[in-house]
Design a protein around this ligand. Structure first.
Ligand SMILES: NC(=O)c1ccc[n+]([C@@H]2O[C@H](COP(=O)([O-])OP(=O)(O)OC[C@H]3O[C@@H](n4cnc5c(N)ncnc54)[C@H](O)[C@@H]3O)[C@@H](O)[C@H]2O)c1
Length: 596
């Protein structure tokens, strides 16, 4: 029989603690909620009532249930109030000495059989446990932010945590409606070990002005389907907490430079820009504690029209290529009302592309998203050609041919000879330097990257890649075109992986390394990212969809360009590719897809 928990204590009612109190009280458990001062206690109470009031307003909680929930919480200053609880969860700031002091005190105050748990994200649970006389009753219960929403709990056992305590806590998580993964005591556990390198990298992109905060966040939301962008997530976590987590992970996790906190984070913490909780971090919020972002001096100003911003007028667009991307891009432009010239290497290929575009548009008609007349009009706007000469009078060319630099360079040299002055020349390359392509022409200022995502008609994101020679006018034009296509264009520099792949693939590679180190299973790692961070797919699910060979190639590019030791491809990934386990397309990758 698992132990009954009728009363629990929560120490520290900040970002996490207040949410943890809510989780317990919602599930009928009495909570003693403890803070260090009356003022901090009041802040915690306001956070809790704010959250439960919002749940009532949204119709997710009945008023009577909210009142019952709040009546279960006993707010107190000082740890002495915890003398009779069955379990304590500590959620004070991420400092080892502070946590050790609190655990020594809890050991003195709490009844002998009470379980003492920490919500630490990165500190050693073992080191915290030895501050008590009962390390076998000390455990990590790591909730995710916001605790009432995120389903995952990482249960962290040390080498001395008793099996019974682990089982009791696992049963408790189930009672709370959470999914738990039980793991050993390692810096960052599963989710943060995979998350924080990514967050830190995103901050460094922002710090180096590689892209704006809005564009970095939009890229990861729209390109990967994440619930929020990395900088908005940093604000939610709290920059002080994020700094401590990174710093601890750097020191405990083998001094991986990717965890060395980017200097900007420390500067922002020192300046009191802690994120949502202080009302300002990467973004500015309505007030401290509010999730509502308000405009500030960095907010881009939307102007009346793109032409007013200096964009060139684009009416006729050439698309070169006949593969998946070219086909999707032709459809996107034709549907948006542009006159399109499709250039392939022959009538046979053009016929194939025509069929694909027609099939795709027909699907839109069947689903009621497109009228037959609009389909016919879109098809009627496409001119089919097998010669580049037909691009002489287009305003924009989008190149989507094979991913080989020599081929693209030769094509751009031809376009340079054929196209009229003032044309914008765009490449859809996902891995080659745009500047190499630009320098094959006499007009590098007019060359830009337009990195569409697959499938182009569906994915809402386009990365607009500006080289050091791209003119502001060209970039503005490219962004304006994205907007007319109904897509979000995010502007970034010409570096390997642009925004999305540069942030995504190292994380996937880290997940492979974690599996390789036998720290956890593919299933638990996938759960952790989906249920703890709200990702639409776990890393192994995504790797199998993208293809292990493709992922390995991208990771190699990133490693070669940035020379970051932490980006070295995981040996397991290389071995799987060598063995022909490429993911879904070959029937087997991290999982076997031949069995259903
Ligand atoms: N922020 C997140 O997204 C997140 C997610 C999971 C876990 N965690 C972990 O949760 C813990 C708390 O982080 P947070 O972000 O909620 O921090 P926070 O700064 O928002 O809140 C900490 C709270 O602890 C209180 N406190 C400080 N000393 C105390 C004491 N001696 N006694 C009682 N209360 C005290 C503070 O007044 C404050 O309200 C950390 O270990 C952190 O790593 C954070």
């Amino acid at each position: 029989m698992a132990r009954e928990f009728t009363s629990v204590g929560v120490v520290g009612l900040g970002t996490m603690g207040a949410g943890i109190v809510e989780v317990f009280a919602r599930n009928g458990i009495d909570v003693v909620a403890v803070e260090i001062s009356a003022a901090a206690l009041e802040r915690g109470r306001v956070t809790l009532t704010g959250s439960t009031d919002r749940a009532v307003a949204k119709g997710k909680l009945a008023e009577a249930d909210r009142d019952a929930l709040l009546s279960r919480v006993n707010f107190q200053v000082g740890l002495d109030a915890l003398h009779s609880v069955d379990l304590v969860i500590e959620a004070v700031p991420e400092h080892l000495d502070l946590k050790q002091r609190i655990f020594a005190e809890l050991d003195r105050v709490c009844k002998p059989e009470a379980i003492l748990a920490t919500n630490t994200s990165s500190l050693s649970v073992t080191e915290i446990s030895v501050a008590t006389t009962r390390p076998n009753q000390v455990i990590g219960i790591h909730f995710f932010n916001p605790a009432p929403v995120m389903k995952l709990v990482e249960v962290v056992r040390t080498v001395v945590t008793s099996a019974e305590v682990v089982a009791d806590v696992e049963a408790l998580c189930e009672r709370l409606g959470k999914v738990d993964v039980t793991i050993n005591d390692r810096a960052g556990f599963i989710a943060n070990a995979l998350l924080f390198g990514y967050l830190n990298h995103a901050v460094s992109m922002f710090e180096s002005r590689y892209a704006t905060r809005e564009d970095i966040d939009a890229a990861m939301k729209l390109g990967c389907g994440l619930p929020m962008g990395p900088l908005a997530l940093m604000d939610l976590i709290g920059l002080d907490t994020a700094y401590e987590i990174l710093d601890t992970m750097y020191r405990r996790g083998g001094r991986d430079r990717r965890h060395a906190p980017v200097p900007l984070i420390k500067q922002m913490v020192t300046a009191g820009l802690l994120g949502r909780k202080s009302g300002r971090g990467f973004y500015t919020y309505e007030r401290a504690g509010s999730p509502v972002v308000v405009p500030d001096e960095q907010t881009p100003v939307a102007s009346e029209s793109a032409l007013a911003d200096g964009a060139r007028g684009i009416a006729k667009v050439g698309v070169v290529g006949s593969g998946t991307m070219a086909t999707g891009i032709i459809e996107v432009f034709a549907k948006a009302g542009y006159e399109v010239v499709s250039v392939t290497r022959g009538a046979e290929k053009s016929a194939k592309v025509f069929e694909s575009v027609k099939t795709s548009l027909n699907k839109g008609v069947v689903r009621g998203k497109l009228s037959e007349a609009d389909r016919d009009a879109a098809l009627g706007r496409i001119n089919w050609s097998a010669t580049l000469e037909h691009l002489a009078d287009v305003d924009l060319v989008v190149e989507a041919v094979v991913e080989e630099l020599s081929v693209k360079k030769a094509l751009f040299a031809s376009l340079d000879e054929i196209c009229k002055p003032g044309v914008v020349l765009a490449t859809t390359t996902s891995s080659l330097p745009v500047i190499d392509v630009a320098m094959a022409t006499q007009r590098p200022a007019d060359v830009v990257g337009l990195h569409f995502f697959n499938p182009a008609p569906i994915m809402p994101l386009i990365e607009v890649v500006q080289t050091i020679r791209t003119s502001a006018e060209t970039t503005t034009t490219a962004k304006a075109v994205c907007a007319t296509l109904g897509k979000t264009g995010v502007v970034c520099g010409d570096r390997s992986g642009f925004i999305v792949n540069a942030l995504l693939f190292p994380y996937l590679n880290d997940a492979v390394k974690m599996l390789e180190a036998s720290y956890s299973t593919a299933d638990d790692i996938d759960y952790a990212m989906k249920l703890g961070c709200g990702y639409p797919m776990g890393p192994f699910e995504l790797l199998d969809v993208v293809g292990l060979d493709v992922s390995l190639a991208i990771q190699r590019e990133l490693y070669l360009e940035l020379r970051e030791p932490g980006f070295a491809p995981a040996p397991l990934l290389e071995h799987l590719v060598t063995a022909g386990y490429l993911g879904r397309k070959s029937g087997r990758g991290f999982r076997d897809h031949t069995r259903r």
